[in-house]
Design a binder for this molecule. Structure first.
Ligand code: NAG
Ligand code: NAG
Ligand code: NAG
Ligand code: NAG
Ligand code: NAG
Ligand code: NAG
Ligand code: ZN
Length: 288
């Protein structure tokens, strides 16, 4: 049995390395082969408690705006069409959000980019911020801490998450559309965790997860997942847009954790046996 599994793993890994997947991104951009690369597998036992990881000071995230949903080859992206800021949480400056986008798996495979103790969540939402003083991403990439990214896991729930209703409607129709689709009357905060649960998070210094893989990103990965029902996922026509999920190039880097309320780790609901997380586990030192 064991040799059968390793044979299967071997062919899976070989398959990955022979395709133009994430393993080959270093040929597109040398930075992708660097040593501060994201995503990471967060080994909870190896995280360091850091008391400097205080709650965030968010302004403007609740402001309602109209915007567009952009479909590109790898994800859907929602521009945050309002002025908002985040500071605190041991970020070294004040940052402003530009957009959020989603990562998911195709054909029912789990699709989060970060993993917790080797396990993947079904989806992951990323909010991309740059320092408030910069006006372009290009400028921000020249600063080793020019960007701050928030990662939120999405997990399957029994009841619908009404906050996602209008986005789901748009996603359900976006598949065969060319160009951007408008979405009205949304706020950034409706797609995130409630602010009081944004106090439990993991922190590390990483990169963009897709080329150019720029190593200028302070990552905050929140512990508590955002619920989304199976029906909502179905209503998006299976989110059937080819996605580029970087989880098969998951690295190991030092990770700090905030001292948020409750027993860290105890509330994590881990999912068992997942093919996509296996290649990344092969690269990880054992958590024990
Ligand atoms: C939160 O950030 C805003 C905008 O940068 C600032 O005006 C405000 O003083 C901050 N509040 C706290 C409690 O630090
Ligand atoms: C952003 O909001 C402004 C003002 O409501 C609107 O005119 C503009 O079209 C919006 N931008 C996008 C990208 O939707
Ligand atoms: C998106 O995919 C199409 C078709 O595969 C390709 O021609 C195009 O260059 C891609 N765009 C980007 C920005 O990668
Ligand atoms: C998109 O186009 C495909 C192929 O033409 C079709 O099968 C599918 O039902 C369409 N999806 C939507 C949401 O219209
Ligand atoms: C916009 O959304 C808010 C809740 O986020 C709601 O109270 C309000 O009625 C909505 N306005 C419109 C015009 O849909
Ligand atoms: C990230 O870099 C900053 C500045 O060098 C450092 O203070 C911090 O401890 C680093 N964080 C981790 C998790 O390595
Ligand atoms: Zn992302």
């Amino acid at each position: 049995m064991k040799s059968l599994i390793s044979l299967f793993l071997l062919s899976f890994v070989l398959h990955l390395s022979s395709s133009a997947g994430p393993e080959n991104w270093k040929d597109i951009d040398a930075v992708c082969g660097g040593d501060r690369q994201s995503p990471v597998n967060i080994v909870t036992k190896a995280t360091q408690l850091d008391k400097r990881l205080t709650p965030f000071n968010l302004t403007g995230y609740k402001t309602v705006f109209d915007t567009t949903v952009k479909k590109n080859n790898y994800t859907i992206e929602v521009a945050i069409n309002t002025t908002a800021t985040v500071s605190g949480g041991n970020l070294e400056d004040t940052y402003k959000p530009l957009q959020f986008h989603l990562h998911w798996g195709t054909n029912g495979v789990r699709g989060s980019e970060h993993t917790i103790d080797g396990e993947q969540y079904p989806m992951e939402l990323h909010v991309v911020h740059i320092k408030q003083k910069y006006s372009t991403l290009t400028e921000a990439f020249k600063d080793p801490f020019g960007l701050a990214a928030f990662g939120f896991f999405l997990e399957e729930s029994n009841s619908d998450n009404k906050n996602f209703d209008n986005l789901i409607t748009v996603l359900g129709s976006i598949q065969n559309k060319t160009g951007d689709v408008s979405i009205k009357n949304v706020s950034a905060s409706q797609f995130l965790l409630p602010e009081e649960t944004m106090t439990s998070y993991y922190r590390y210094n990483g990169s963009l997860t897709v080329p150019n893989c720029g190593e200028s990103v302070i990552w905050t990965v929140f512990e508590k997942p955002i619920p989304l029902s199976k029906k909502q996922r179905r209503d998006t026509n299976g989110w059937d847009i080819p996605t580029r999920t970087a989880s098969c190039r998951t690295y190991s880097l030092p990770v700090e954790r905030s001292g948020g309320p409750g027993q860290r780790g105890a509330s994590l609901r881990l999912h068992h046996y997942n093919i996509q997380s296996v290649p990344s586990m092969l690269k990880q030192p054992s958590p024990d």
